[in-house]
Design a protein around this ligand. Structure first.
Ligand code: BG6
Length: 529
């Protein structure tokens, strides 16, 4: 039952598909045009938008970098990157060749401005350039400034843009939407704790209105994360049982097989807690825990998510477990310890795994623990939300008792095997009454064709149309840091003497299991690919 594909791949009772329209005219300025993020994700996403007719008709792509680049050399480099990428896209009917028309649309929109991010003259040159671009390409003066640079540049670049008059837009919201609008896009980290997050927010809000700031959390670009809200609020079936009366607890797992790879310099002062929890994992949690919004306006949705963050209890160090991977194996491949990775100190105290127990002080969730865990070099790659329901109140069948019945689990598989499954008890065929736990499973790939997608298409499109639903608001960022700050502080003041404490290929240290055992519960096994 679990693995059988549905008899038909027709979507039942689906209304005509809603079509997205291309955004209005704009220029997108990428700071860090020669960097990894631009090459691996932003330009492939723009190309996919071009391919699906979702680039603005009047569009300019301006690359800013310290390195000398002409529009041609930049386009050449990006084309080569795209070529290697296209054949690898996760698509069943993978496009193995670049669509020449779509590429031409994009390449024809490219231009570059060279300079040092700290040099005020760069921003004057950029201003002149953008004026010319507005004239030549009809972008109407609308600008999206995408800061694909290290986070230490967020404040300084925004300040320089502000001084050059590049962030000014009409004060009235309606007028701003008509243009010319100016928007700034940044991607985590938004600070490294409560204080630095507040300082960054102060800095940005001194230069821009909140409506102009688009803080990306790339997990919100994942269809399955967006689907949590759709699933909850478009089905009458689940909402009545989505509360403390029926739910025993929730487990959120973000397990990675990969190690730290070449990112030791970034990861050493960061660690798993900062890297994954107040951002990606909490975004998933908010989708699961939020109250239904009054409507689907971006502020209505963000307000409900902000409520979740405000109501999350501040973590106590005893509700947190940390781990660091030692040597081990992933499948049949031997892999080194974190401490042997490049740019990692041989006695590093940085955690590569974290498990947490969280509570929400609301009528819906009081007494329902949310257990979260994330780590590198775990036994599989899987992100899932598992909701465990309370057991049946009594066992009417002979020779069974409630304690031995398998629980009902609703599992939202975020990645890589995208879908939803429900586990329940049935009668095992045969002359005696015997029960077995089975699953009903929905897999995206059985129902919908896979589109080539790098996960940034929707996010960039939303920046262009000015829809902030999928972006973090300043107050949310500060609240999420507030929740984890005591643990960050405790771990900084008492570095773990016992690292490494889990072997690569295992799901964290023993203490992570004790955290749930203390409550009479256990982690679900991490799904294997
Ligand atoms: C990033 C983290 O934000 O998310 C990485 O910095 C992590 O450490 C990555 O590996 C996970 O994202 P995804 O989309 O690959 O699951």
């Amino acid at each position: 039952m679990t693995d059988a594909p549905p008899a038909t791949t027709t979507v039942l009772a689906a209304p005509p598909r809603r079509q997205a329209a291309p955004p209005g005219p704009c220029a997108m300025v990428i700071f860090g045009a020669g960097g990894d993020l631009t090459k691996r994700l932003l330009v492939p996403a723009l190309y996919n938008l071009a391919r699906t007719g979702l680039l603005p008709e009047h569009f300019a792509l301006v690359g800013v970098d310290l390195a000398a680049m002409t529009a041609e050399s930049w386009a050449g480099e990006l084309h080569a990157m795209l070529q290697s990428f296209v054949g690898n896209q996760e698509s069943e009917d993978s496009l193995t060749q670049i669509d020449a028309k779509a590429w031409q649309l994009l390449a024809g929109a490219m231009s570059t401005v060279q300079g040092d991010l700290n040099d005020a003259a760069l921003y004057q040159r950029l201003k002149d350039h953008l004026q010319a671009v507005a004239h030549d390409r009809g972008t109407g003066g609308n600008c999206l400034f995408y800061l694909a640079v290290a986070d230490r540049f967020f404040g300084p670049v925004a300040a320089q843009l502000g001084h050059a008059g590049l962030l000014a837009q009409p004060a009235e919201k309606d007028a701003a939407e008509a243009g010319p609008w100016r928007r700034l896009v940044i991607e985590k980290p938004f600070g490294h704790g409560v204080d630095s997050a507040r300082a960054l927010n102060r800095e940005l809000r001194g230069l821009l209105e909140e409506e102009q700031i688009f803080r990306i959390d790339h997990f919100l670009g994942k269809e399955t994360v967006q689907n949590i809200m759709a699933f909850r609020f478009s089905n009458g079936l689940f909402e009545p049982i989505w509360n403390r009366d029926r739910i025993d607890h929730v487990q959120i797992t973000v397990a990675e097989e990969l190690g730290v790879e070449h990112r030791g310099k970034f990861y050493e002062p960061t660690g798993a807690l900062r890297d994954m929890v107040p951002n990606h994992v909490f975004q998933i949690l908010a989708m699961v825990a939020m109250e239904p919004p009054g409507g689907f306006g971006s502020e209505q949705i963000r307000n409900r998510k902000a409520d979740v963050f405000a109501q999350l209890r501040t973590l106590r160090p005893e509700d947190a477990v940390r781990g660091q991977y030692g040597p081990g194996s992933i499948g049949d491949r031997a892999v080194p310890a974190y401490r042997s990775e490049p740019d990692v100190a041989p006695d590093s105290k940085t955690e590569t795994f974290v498990a947490l127990r969280l509570g929400l002080d609301t009528w819906r969730w009081a007494g329902v623990p949310f257990y979260l865990r994330t780590g590198k070099r775990m036994s599989g790659r899987a992100t899932e939300v598992a909701i465990r329901f309370k057991p049946a109140p009594y066992a009417p069948f002979a020779d069974t008792d409630v304690a031995s019945l398998a629980p009902n689990w609703l599992v939202l598989n975020i990645q890589p095997d995208e879908g939803i499954s429900l586990q329940f008890e049935v009668k095992r065929p045969g002359p005696v009454v015997d029960l077995a736990a089975v699953q009903m499973a929905f897999r995206y790939r059985d129902w919908f064709p896979r589109e080539p997608n790098v996960g940034y298409e929707t996010l960039i499109y939303d920046c262009m149309i000015g829809d902030q639903t999928l972006f973090q608001r300043g107050d949310m960022v500060e609240e999420t840091w507030r929740v984890v700050q005591p643990v960050l502080d405790a771990w900084a003041s008492t570095p773990a003497p016992y690292f490494p404490n889990y072997a690569s290929g295992h799901d964290g240290p023993e203490a992570a299991h004790h955290l749930l055992a203390e409550d009479g519960r256990a982690w679900r096994p991490v799904p294997k690919g």
